[in-house]
Design a protein around this ligand. Structure first.
Ligand code: COA
Length: 268
């Protein structure tokens, strides 16, 4: 399948993903539905290219990731593992890690909209987003152990940071799949929506985020991300600077004034 799109005057031709933009909300859809959107090198490269384009476009204020058909991503494409030696495995994992870091480095909010299976590399990509929404029929897990190896796209690290060491070990060592409700109880998923209205619920949140102040959204995201691995005192100092930075934008005064004048704020 060939999806030709014009994006900011540049022709994009992707085989494995779809890109669309509705006002300030961009959506990247993983699109190999007959293979449950299994990730291969081509999809990783196209995904990185789309992320670069999003990062260069000041009009995009929120990014959604989702999958076509029954899956978000059902893992790395198992076909590719047949020919792997350690060097090829390392190169594949390194390129997936670079993709995860690129995703995490975006300054705008990124929501993983997990519409179906998010397994292996799929869950690992979702965990590199700011938060995860799941349809009530979604299934999430790190089943690599059942194939004789381990998560290699960041799962051993991001999952333990998100749900704690014990719960991460239980998931990774057993390889079992969680339903959306259990994933929410663990704190892996932020919210669960009914499958029928899932895409619209995600877009509704995305539109609400797009109407908030850019500077405050960025400051909040960076304060949490940069402070996460620091001791509390240094992390709080980072927060102080991020808080102060918000007042360099007219948004902070506009937000306070709008509240006092009992009207909706108009942010930049
Ligand atoms: N890599 C390659 N192909 C995959 C895939 C993957 N990770 N996940 C699914 N597919 C393919 C299947 O081989 C099948 O292809 P085919 O129709 O050409 O035979 C197609 O996608 C549909 O999958 P199928 O297994 O028939 O669907 P299902 O509803 O019976 O089961 C899953 C769904 C997700 C439980 C099952 O596909 C599965 O376990 N996938 C692998 C998950 C995994 O181990 N991921 C980590 C990889 S590192």
């Amino acid at each position: 399948m060939d999806h030709r799109l014009i994006f900011k005057g540049e022709a994009m031709s992707y085989q494995t993903i779809l890109f669309d933009q509705e006002a300030a909300v961009a959506t990247i859809t993983f699109n190999r539905p007959d293979k449950l959107n299994a990730l291969n090198q081509e999809m990783l490269a196209e995904f990185r290219d789309a992320l670069d384009r999003v990062s260069r476009d000041p009009e995009v204020r929120v990014l959604l990731l989702t999958g076509a058909g029954r899956a978000f991503i059902a893992g790395a494409d198992i076909q590719v593992f047949l020919d792997f030696d350690p060097l090829a495995a390392r190169a594949f994992a390194r390129s997936a890690h670079e993709t995860g870091f690129k995703l995490e480095a975006l300054e705008i909010p990124v929501i993983a909209c997990v519409n179906g299976f998010a397994l292996g590399g799929g869950l690992e990509m979702a965990m590199a987003c700011d938060f995860i929404y799941a349809a009530d029929t979604a299934r999430l897990g790190q089943p690599e152990i059942n194939l004789g190896f381990i998560p290699g796209f960041g799962g051993t690290q991001r999952l333990s940071r998100l749900v704690g060491k014990g719960a991460a070990k239980e998931m990774i060592l057993t390889g079992r799949m969680l339903d959306a409700g259990e994933a929410k109880t663990l704190g892996l998923v932020a919210q669960v929506f009914p499958t029928d209205t899932f895409r619209e619920e995600c877009r509704k949140v995305a539109r609400a985020l797009a109407a908030k102040g850019r500077v405050s959204l960025r400051a909040a995201k960076q304060a949490i991300d940069r402070g996460f691995d620091q001791d509390l005192r240094n992390a709080c100092l980072l927060e102080v600077d991020a808080f102060a930075l918000c007042f360099a934008s007219p948004d902070a005064h506009e937000g306070a004034r709008a509240f006092l004048e009992k009207r909706q704020p108009k942010f930049l």
